[in-house]
Design a protein around this ligand. Structure first.
Ligand code: GSH
Length: 200
């Protein structure tokens, strides 16, 4: 199998982290170019929406998006990241991590692509950041037990989301006023599967 990926994508990082965490040997990472303004042909052929990540399989149709791939890979490796006893909490945490990434990646695109045209809408950027900030406040107030427990896919996804905030939106200072989340993230980034997938 091949995972269409790119080093800075937090969605693709989730999948690469699962591959490393489970030591999955039969997935090759292939870096492709993805952009809302047009990605490469092979990517569009594998996923008509032109988004990464995509898991291309020899024995079946391609699998996307990241939440489907992470679940596929976890099952492929025998499971563990989606504990049945907490499944709805874990899936909701992963969905929240993805929503943070969507808001943050959208902000990056607004600045990069619309910025080239002088069309950046600051109020829209702030409203996207508000989604991120509210999510992090909820985690700080009552999300820490699920983050700190045995490793699950929601926690892994959230670590990737926070890593992307550091990469692209560091100036917004997500750590301010969130000491528990900051300390948790500092521990998580040392895990091998996250250290080896850290965006440059
Ligand atoms: N919901 C998708 C989102 C993936 C996504 O937005 N990936 C970005 C890169 S970080 C992308 O491919 N952007 C290209 C585009 O928007 O066309 C998932 O979870 O896989």
């Amino acid at each position: 199998m091949q995972l269409y990926s790119s080093p800075a994508s937090p969605f693709a990082r989730k999948c690469r982290a699962v591959i490393l965490e489970h030591r999955i040997a039969d997935v090759e990472i292939r870096d492709v170019s993805a952009s809302p303004m047009g990605g490469e042909a092979a990517l569009n052929a594998a996923n008509p929406t032109g988004k990464i990540p995509v898991l291309v399989r020899e024995d079946g149709p391609a699998v996307y998006d990241s939440r489907v791939i992470t679940r596929f890979l976890d099952a492929h490796a025998g499971g563990g990241l989606y504990p049945e006893g907490r499944i709805w909490d874990v899936l909701t945490l992963e969905a929240n991590a993805d929503a943070i990434m969507e808001a943050a990646v959208g902000m990056t695109y607004e600045q990069r692509f619309r910025g080239e045209k002088g069309l950046v809408w600051d109020e829209w950027l702030d409203k996207q950041w508000a989604k991120v900030a509210r999510s992090l406040d909820v985690l700080e107030a009552r999300g820490m037990p699920l983050l700190r427990g045995p490793l699950n896919m929601g926690a892994l996804g959230m670590a990737c989301a926070l890593g992307y905030l550091d990469l692209r939106h560091d100036a917004r200072g997500w750590r301010d006023g969130r000491p528990q989340l900051s300390a948790w993230e500092a521990d998580m980034r040392e895990r091998q599967c996250l250290a080896e997938t850290a965006p440059a």
